[in-house]
Design a protein around this ligand. Sequence first.
Ligand code: FVH
Length: 290
Amino acid sequence: MTNETDTAVTVLGLGLMGRALAAGLLAAGHTTTVWNRTPGKAGELVAAGARPAATAAAAVRASALTIVCLTDYPAVYELLDTADLTDRTLINLTSGDSAQARTAARWAEQRGARYLDGAIMAVPPVIGTAEAVLLYSGPRADFETHEPTLAALGTASHLGDDHGLASLYDVAGLAMMWSVLNAWLQGTAMLRTAGVDAATFAPFARQIAAGVAEWLPGYAEQIDRGAYPAEVSALATDARAMVHLVEESEALGVNAELPRLIKAMADRAIAAGHGDEQYPVLIKEFGKPR
Ligand code: FVH
């Protein structure tokens, strides 16, 4: 078991996020070695006690644990392909998709390293606080070994042994985030045609979003059970309201692409015989390629 206060860690990549990660580790008392491709980004960290390494390869050898946070996965390979990773643990917090994470795990393991993939569900200013949620996937034993150290960065969650899971959750979270924002922007665009400004609509929209969020556990239960009894509303009823959304958007002269997409998916599910079932039956449409 590692010691929470003095575990040696290397951070590769001192962009906005990498600097926040290194600062969090330093603040928690960890011996922190840092390296960045472009010189000059380590100044404040070094002043706070970080050890600058001359090369990425040297930085990796300085600590049993290396955290890498670069722009993308190709940058990680470019940086570490020739480094000696033997007996090191590499935690890759670079954003990517699940296939990239699984490929990176094989790549690291072929080089004798233990590998965890991670996703940061936070912005740099909250790193080091419980508000920062960081997701990890890969062998549980490796996560548990470093969990006390990772606690310095925020709330650490292990999702499973499959290295792809952290990225998959990350991307699923992005689907949520952009869908909610797009729905709000759609409503805002519509209301602005009547002189209602975004700030006026925002509290109402927030209430709707919070109300819908309350439905998720029950709807998830229907999806996992594969049964969609119409307990509060049938999809066919929702689809009739979708016509209003499409027609209103078109009449107002705002973008109607999203309303049309929403309605087209419901129409397909209804055509497939699901009109009497409840909204989450649309998982059948979301679950296949198109
Ligand atoms: N910033 C954020 O809020 C988000 C929150 C969610 C997760 N992300 C992901 O974190 C990764 C890094 O993001 P970042 O904000 O730190 O990005 P930058 O400030 O642009 O820093 C990028 C660093 O990557 C280095 N780098 C890029 N290519 C290479 C390479 N071929 N070899 C070595 N290093 C490379 C770059 O170095 P330099 O340009 O300073 O020399 C920076 O250190 C990212 O995946 C986000 O999606 C952050």
